[in-house]
Design a protein around this ligand. Sequence first.
Ligand code: SF4
Ligand code: SF4
Length: 347
Amino acid sequence: MISRIKLSLLKGFLRRPVYLVLGVTSRCNSRCKHCFFHKQLNSTVRELSFDEIEGLSRQLGALLEIDLSGGEPFMRDDLADIYKVFVKNNKVETFAIPTNGILTDQVYAQTLKILQYGGAKHVTVSLSLDGPRDIHDETRGVKCYDQVFRTYEALAPLKNKYKRFSLRAGTTITDMNYRSIPALHDELARSMPGLDFHDFEIVRGDIPDRRFALPPLDALKQLRPVIFGIWDQYNDHPGGVQSKVASRARQTLFNGYIRILETQKQLWPCLAGRVHCVVDYKGDVFCCELLPKIGNIREDKFADVWRSARACRTRAAIRAKDCFCTNSCFHTISLLFDQAYWARFLL
Ligand code: SF4
Ligand code: SF4
């Protein structure tokens, strides 16, 4: 993975992004109280059509990864067709879809179609779970805890047939749930034994209910051994060099997020707007979801947006470290390029 990204850089690939977050819809059947997208949920603005998404795909080069976002991505019944387009035009390597897991039949049918089509080396579906039943349902604003487990039951058998399919759980850490993470983990160990990983994201952005805001930093610090212990239990190759590196990098990232929150500063250079790009459900383009848009693919060609004065100004502000956040998707790749980190790691 690292070598592919560096190769891309060397080839000057980054005249276009190699990591795309694509918002395929604003529709959602949850009402999450920690949702930074809440003001745009179920918007009346027309979402990108399949043809518009295909047009975007034709304008992009090879992509290492696409993460779908929403809304709830599986509310689109052409998700597998969207996947095929990016496999065909962009040779995408990793395709990741988070889901609230409510639409079991739809999630299963679209995932099966995606896996049957082939293409990407890794296809990940991540089931959002924000705590034991009461806390999860309270967080999500709808009673859906049991349904997520039904979706797991439907998806898990696909792992036997499709080795490139990874099934994960994803938890957003909030002030409401940080105490119950060990209980959630126990439940997942019992009821979702086929999970490949359990990931954690610290709540971020503008959220609708302050009870679900950031926990105290001391609480996050105390949570570290719990989370690191959970991650170690999903270690495929305990003791192997690769898993040791991955485990240490994950821990560095999490420790880094706490440091970022403490100092309110970027800790390593963020590559949003160079490696990463976000296109939302209505075609607005961003360097990252938390910064103002740099253009719209309904109004201009992608390359013109990406090279625009607004894009350059935003990149300059990111380089100057005018912003900070704990977005794990973006920081994971940014850390890969932080030579200071690797020097410390290797010495
Ligand atoms: S499922 Fe996702 S998009 Fe929908 S309300 Fe929850 S966090 Fe927001
Ligand atoms: S540090 Fe965070 S807010 Fe700033 S550009 Fe990177 S991802 Fe966006």
